[in-house]
Design a protein around this ligand. Structure first.
Ligand code: SF4
Length: 280
């Protein structure tokens, strides 16, 4: 049985950077926390907990220590609160997310109504929106632009994981409403590249494994695109969940992993499949 690992499997740039910053902070001698889980990997969060870094839901009751801001950012009021509480801040917000936040802020200051293309319930979007003034609106698609109030100047930014197609549709609808439009393409292609590669791999193998947190949206999306092409696709968080039955009769097995899956977990999965391969 041949086992093929997707080239882009695992940590993207922003998640890698955030995780490194968190592990570096763990070496310091003051109490350290993350605001929400640093990334969507229960195993990484568990490791950090073992090093004394706890994930908090809020800053309530905190008056000293270090707070690490997660890779997809937080709301501006939470940064302000951390400053008011005199906490040391390690900002692990991905620079691509940061860019989107900065564009919303500067567009709002320049008098633009801002349209954020994305999922209103996603914490990254809630963080981005918080950097604007009163006239910031989230739309999931072009169809939703018609319900927005009239604006003479419109600025458009996107949640980093949006598709280019969707951004284009929203911009097209904004153009139909006239006025002045400024568009910032804040899409990061890390997730799209992983999905394209996973699709290609899933179509070439007899069984596909997608490794990543069950709470990770980008991992679940990888699962969906693979399952569309390969019915024998399985989602696991760690190697212990592998069921040898999955590989019966398979000549080629593909493995991919979400952008928040650490290398050590991917290595364990690859080793486990190789072990099963040898014992056949
Ligand atoms: S997917 Fe892109 S924007 Fe999101 S954390 Fe990774 S590098 Fe940053």
């Amino acid at each position: 049985m041949k086992v093929i690992l997707a080239k882009q499997a695992g940590f993207c740039f922003g998640v890698k950077r955030a995780t490194q910053l968190a592990f570096e902070a763990a070496g310091k001698d003051q109490k350290t926390y993350t605001l929400g889980p640093i990334i969507h990997s229960p195993q990484v969060v568990g490791k950090l907990e073992g090093l004394g870094i706890r994930a908090l839901d809020s800053l309530d009751g905190l008056d000293h220590g270090t707070i690490i801001i997660r890779s997809h950012g937080v709301e501006l009021k939470e940064i302000t609160e951390a400053q008011q509480r005199n906490l040391d801040i390690v900002d692990a917000t991905c620079p691509f997310v940061k860019k989107a936040q900065e564009h919303v802020m500067s567009l709002s200051k320049a008098g633009y109504g801002v349209v954020v293309v994305g999922d209103a319930d996603h914490p990254e979007v809630q963080g981005i929106v918080s950097y604007g003034g009163e006239k910031v609106f989230v739309v999931a698609s072009g169809d939703e632009v018609s319900r927005l109030p009239k604006m003479s100047k419109i600025g458009v930014v996107a949640q980093t994981t949006q598709s280019f197609e969707n951004l284009k549709n929203v911009v097209g609808e904004c153009l139909l409403r006239g006025g002045e439009i400024r568009v910032f393409n804040t899409i990061c292609d890390a997730t799209a590249v992983r999905q394209e590669e996973a699709k290609e791999l899933a179509s070439q193998v007899d069984c596909m494994l997608v490794v990543g947190g069950f709470n990770s949206a980008n991992t679940r999306r990888l699962l969906e695109v693979c399952a569309e092409l390969q019915p024998r696709t399985h989602h696991i968080e760690t190697a212990v969940e592998i069921n040898p039955v999955w590989f019966e009769g398979a000549e080629r097995v593909g493995v991919t992993a979400g952008a928040s899956t650490p290398k050590w977990i991917i290595d364990e999965v690859m080793n486990k499949i190789e072990e099963l391969n040898k014992s056949d």
